[in-house]
Design a binder for this molecule. Sequence first.
Ligand SMILES: *Cc1c(COP(=O)(O)O)cnc(C)c1O
Length: 355
Amino acid sequence: MNIRIEKTTNPKPLPADDNPLTFGTIFTDHMFIMNYESGKGWHDARIVPYQPISLDPSSMVFHYGQEMFEGLKAYRAEDGRILLFRPDKNIERANNTNRRICIPEIDPADFLQALKEIVKIDQAWIPKRPGTSLYIRPFIIATDPFLGVRPSDTYLFMIILSPVGPYYPEGLDPVKIWIEDEYVRAVRGGIGEAKTGGNYVASLASQVKAHDEGYSQVLWLDGVERRYIEEVGAMNIFFKINGTVVTPMLNGSILPGVTRDSCIQLCRQWGLPVEERRISVDELFEAAENGTLEECWGSGTAAVISPVGHLRWENEVVQIQDGGIGPVSQKLYDTVTGIQLGRVEGPEGWVVEVK
Ligand SMILES: *Cc1c(COP(=O)(O)O)cnc(C)c1O
């Protein structure tokens, strides 16, 4: 793919070393952009100065939500290399999302080239302090100026970049989780396994409620029986029960996280039994009661591993690890971040160098 490059003549100052880099608030100097048109395919790939885009108010994305996104990070290794973590998994998932919501697929080689080129151009923005990285947000929106429900004939694919600090500046602090008993996020056959904004808008009311009650995250139950654990909105969820690592199986309504897959592979490598299966909230509270609920953590690109110290469901509350961090959560965090930073040798192909 040929990428036209127009560099900014007016670069922004880089964030100062002591800038906390609050997640998703600062954007780099450039962005990648490419158009799609029926009959013509994806075309006009370019990297241009970061800038607002102009859209017709009738653009379909505003009315019917045909949009997708991805999220991954670029890291600066100690030896100076720039590393991406399993970008092939994000690209594969992007095209799975595209198929589900009728967006034309992107050639995986073109997608990877676009990721590498934009990161290379803005590499000065990759922060170096421990725990920091450059968050990469690829996304596609439907742009036909049309009111009516059908797949759009035109799209924009863009990639923007944001330097981010550690998700938990104070270190791995266990979070409090609200198990939602009123609303549901997704149902089997719906769009729960696609990375698309619609799933997030469905989660807002519950998130607001949980925040008001002093909880930082919402854990979703299945949309039919409302008994089986699904995931945490932007993270997948793991439990260690009686020596076995248990995580909900991918059933169509859960987002297949890259970090989730990495946790499963690493635990198995370490000889820990891992079960991907249905797990009911009753089983969970029973395990908590009889003392076999040993650990709980969330997994996702933003925080990598997020220990869970407290769960609330209806009027019941459980404390896990006395609110501290469990050994498996800690080992996963150290190993995954070690691989991402090129300090620890991971499985074949997990890090991809940008050069
Ligand atoms: C992105 C996302 C995750 C985490 O996936 P990773 O690939 O590990 O970052 C989990 N759940 C939802 C709903 C997501 O959108």
